[in-house]
Every structure is written in C-alpha cells, then in structure tokens.
Design a protein around this ligand. Structure first.
Ligand SMILES: Cc1cc2nc3c(=O)[nH]c(=O)nc-3n(C[C@H](O)[C@H](O)[C@H](O)COP(=O)(O)OP(=O)(O)OC[C@H]3O[C@@H](n4cnc5c(N)ncnc54)[C@H](O)[C@@H]3O)c2cc1C
Length: 462
C-alpha cells in the first residue's frame, strides 16, 4: 500500500512474505480445518440418507502425508503470490533477518538499509512451559504439526484458548482421540459463555476428554508417547502433546533499545491507535504489539501506519468493531459489544439469543448446535454486537458487522431481505425479535424471559 501511495519501500523478512500468518499459523490451520470439516460432513452422511460403507461410522482414511503436503504447498503458494504482487509494485525484498541499529537504520544481510519511516512487524511465536520443551516429534507447538508424517493417535492439547480449541476440534474430527487440558472451569474462557458452553458440549458428545480446572505443569516423553503431569499430581498419557499456551512477542533481539522503541513489561511494542511507537518515525503493527492477535487487525494497523506516515487522512484503530471467528466445528463468530461487558453493566443493551436448531436450513443440513445472538442499544435500537455459533459462522457475522459499522438499527436489519431458507435468515429473525422486546427492554430482563421471547418467535419464519 505504501508503494501504491508513491513511497520507495523495502521489506526485510526472513521466512517468506505473508509471515507466520501465511506460512505456519492462520493459513495452514484453516486449511487443516477445511479437511476436518469435510470429515465431519462425511460422518453425518448416514443421517442425511446417504449410505456409505459402515453406516454411521464410515471408514474414511486420513492420508496424513498428503494432508500435510497439501497444507504446506498451499501456504507456500500463497506466500509466493504475495511476493509476486509486492514485487510487481516495485517493492524491494531482502530475505534476511533484520535488526534496528537506530530509529532509521536496519542491518540486514550485511547491509545497512536507511529509511525515513520504519514499520516493525516481527510477529510473535508460541509460548512454551519451562518443563515442557517441544521436540518437534511428540511434544509440539502449533507450528510443528505439519512436519509429522502421521496423524497423532492420542493427542493431548494443553490450553483451551482459541488455538487449543481449534486444533482439538480439528484433530478429533480427523479421528484422533483428543484430551483437552483446560486450566479454567470451561473451554474458551475469554469468549462468549453461551458459545463456549455449546462448543464444550459438542466436544464432549463427540468423545473428547475435556479436563477442566487442570493446569499442566510438565510434559515429558515416555517410550513412544508423552506424559503430561498436572499441578495436582494427576498424569495424562498420549501419543503426542500440543502446547497452545499463548504467544510471546518476537521483539527480544531486533534492536528496539537502539532505536528508542519502548516495549511493555511483556515485551510487546508500545503503540498508539495510529501505530506510532515511542520513537518518532518508527511504527509497529501486528502481533508484536500484542493489541489483538488477529491477521485482520495486523493488516489494519499496518495500513493505518502507512496512511499516517505518508500524510493521508487516517482513522485511529477501533477495536470495538473487529469481527473474529474461532474455527471450531461449529464456528463461533463475534463482533462488537460482548455479553460479559453487558453483564458487568458497562453497556446497556437489549439482547435476543435464537437457537439454530429450529432454523429450516439448519434442519436440512442436520445441524443442531448453535445460535444467533444480537445486542442492540435500548431506545434507538442501534446494533451493538452479535455472536453467531453455526457452521460457517465466519460468513454469517458480516451483516451484524456491517450494521455496527454503518450505525444500522435492528429495525433496519430486520427489514432486510434474507433468502429463505438460509442460516442468515436467523440473523434477520433475531433482529426482529430484538424489536419485539420493545425499545426500553434491557438485559436486566431475566434470561428465561429472553429465551421465551426467542422461542415464541421461533414459530415464524427464520
Ligand atoms: C495457529 C494459529 C491460527 C491462527 N488463525 C487465525 C485466523 O484464523 N484468523 C486470524 O485473523 N488470525 C489468526 N491467527 C493470528 C494471526 O496469524 C496473527 O495475528 C498474524 O500472523 C499477525 O501478523 P504479523 O504480521 O504481526 O506477524 P506474523 O504473521 O507472525 O509475521 C511476522 C514475520 O516477521 C518475521 N520476522 C520476525 N523477526 C524478524 C526479523 N528480525 N527480521 C526479519 N523478519 C523477521 C517472521 O519470521 C514472520 O515471518 C492465528 C494464529 C495462530 C498461532
């Protein structure tokens, strides 16, 4: 983008364009999940009237080398596409590790690159536990999975945040026996509680061993497998262990101190809402800032930095409008105001939660688990937020995102045509039911009442 605005641009990158997002994290994990979702569909085939060999339990073999080879090839191709596009814009690429030697100088591949504006976007890497050292064979981080030559037979996933839940869901669908070690009372402790409850129920129903309130202390190899020791002394054994216990900023050895760039106590680069660091002319974007570890946020921070640096009109980053998805099966997508904020009394909101199970399209597809939840401002009815738990919720959240961004009301959303039958019909239906609550209803209404209102409305189209 900076090149399109007329700047002379050099990118210093050691692994390949697109970064970890494309090569090891987001793109590979979502490619894996495409395969695991297909596996879940195949398992449902008997209930849809399709006769596969072996009835309810069709034998579909996972060809692990082919699966992983596809993932790596797709990621590499995506990285090459980005490199070609960037080069076509006249950007110089230096494939090397870079280090700041001052606010406007980077040392890379033995040369000093001088720049009027510097953008730090060095990302983050998976955190590990002191007594659980990944070996790339049995004890793994999420970046080492694709080098295995087999599917783990018994996978212990340590950590039940977004990354842990996504991999636990995917591997279980592929046929691995999964144990999910969660230090908190429930999985996905930072997400919408209703959504987390649905997902944990699905995990358990499909045979996952979910260990709540269980903190892993150490992971060691034993014979052909691994032993995870919990802080209360219990042990869990499996063939492989995947550590998903957070990310650490990649800022330790990039010369921030020489450039006058301040880090916070966790090592993330301190930035303001237009991506400026403490050093004039030095910006930072993405996971190295720890702002919100999402590819979409990283990209927006980068665009904002370049607009600001090059004197374009710029709107500071607004995190309250970020839509995100947890790619479990079903997916959880959310945007805007959260249930937790409403429950804490930080925001007054009307809310309706409608189950997916009674939606005709969901019935046709055989989906039962999920819901659509919408929050609206009392009085004006402006859409404030939403949560969708459904297959492809990542696609269904867009109308709610759009409504928030464009200051639309539930009334306007409710009057928008949705296709019949469709899962998105549940979004417009939920909007209609928020309207039905009346302009002054707030979340102080008991949950039971809200659910009753939703259920009543279920009898209509949706
Ligand atoms: C398993 C997983 C799944 C995810 N799925 C999603 C998802 O579905 N959707 C979503 O929005 N987000 C997802 N994320 C988060 C997303 O991947 C990150 O938010 C995103 O990668 C951040 O981009 P970035 O540019 O800040 O850093 P990165 O993508 O990490 O890129 C940083 C790059 O900088 C390079 N680098 C580091 N130091 C130097 C140096 N000194 N010199 C040269 N190069 C250097 C690194 O090698 C790397 O290539 C996922 C993350 C994980 C771990």
């Amino acid at each position: 983008m900076a090149a399109q605005l007329g700047a002379e641009v050099t990118v210093v990158d050691e692994d390949g364009l697109g970064g970890a997002c494309v090569l090891t994290d987001c793109v590979p994990s979502k490619t894996l999940i495409e395969s695991s979702t297909t596996m879940t569909s195949l398992r449902r085939s008997a209930s849809l009237g399709l006769q596969l060999e072996n009835g309810d339990n069709p034998v579909v073999d996972v060809d692990a080398p082919a699966l992983y080879a596809r993932i790596k090839a797709l990621a590499a191709a995506q990285s090459n596409d980005i490199a070609e596009r960037v080069e076509a814009e006249g950007v110089r690429i230096i494939q090397a590790r870079g280090s700041l030697t001052g606010p406007h100088t980077i040392e890379a591949a033995g040369t000093a690159v001088h720049a009027g504006v510097v953008l730090i976007a060095t990302g983050a890497f998976p955190r590990v536990l002191p007594d659980a050292v990944p070996d790339g064979e049995r004890i793994l981080t999420c970046r080492q999975l694709y080098d295995l030559d087999e599917l783990p037979e018994e996978l212990i996933v340590v950590g039940s945040g977004v990354t842990g839940a996504e991999f636990a869901s995917a591997y279980q669908a592929l046929g691995t026996q999964v144990t999910l070690v969660s230090s908190r009372e429930r999985v996905l402790p930072h997400e919408d509680k209703d959504a987390a409850v649905v997902i944990e129920g699905v995990f358990r129903r499909r045979g996952m061993n979910v260990l709540g309130r269980s903190r892993a202390e150490s992971v060691h190899r034993k014979g052909d497998g691994v032993v995870v020791t919990l802080t209360d002394g219990r042990t869990v054994t499996g063939s492989h262990c995947l550590l998903t216990v957070g990310m650490v900023a990649s800022t330790a050895s990039i010369g921030c101190e020489r450039a006058g760039v301040r880090l916070d106590r966790r090592g993330f680069v301190d930035v303001d809402r237009v991506s400026r660091t403490s050093a004039p002319g030095v910006y930072a974007a993405g996971d190295c800032t720890g702002v919100l570890m999402l590819a979409s946020v990283a990209a927006m921070q980068g665009r904002i930095a370049m607009w600001h640096a090059l004197g374009e009109a710029v709107q500071p980053l607004r995190l309250s409008h970020v839509a995100s998805t947890i790619f479990t099966d079903p997916e959880i997508a959310s945007v805007g105001v959260s249930q937790a904020a409403v429950d804490r009394g930080e925001v007054a909101a009307r809310m309706v939660k409608q189950p997916l199970a009674t939606n005709p399209r969901a019935k046709m597809g055989g989906f039962r688990d999920g819901f659509v939840k919408i929050f609206a401002r009392p009085g004006t009815g402006l859409v404030l937020g939403g949560v969708v738990v459904a297959p492809r919720a990542s696609e269904l959240i867009l109308p709610i995102s759009l409504a928030i961004e464009q200051n639309l009301s539930v009334d306007q959303l409710a009057h928008t045509f949705s296709v019949y039958p469709s899962l998105s019909g549940r979004v417009t239906e939920a909007a209609r039911n928020v309207m039905a609550l009346g302009p002054d209803a707030t979340l102080s209404a008991p949950t039971q009442l809200r659910d009753e209102v939703a259920e009543h409305a279920e009898r209509g189209l949706g």
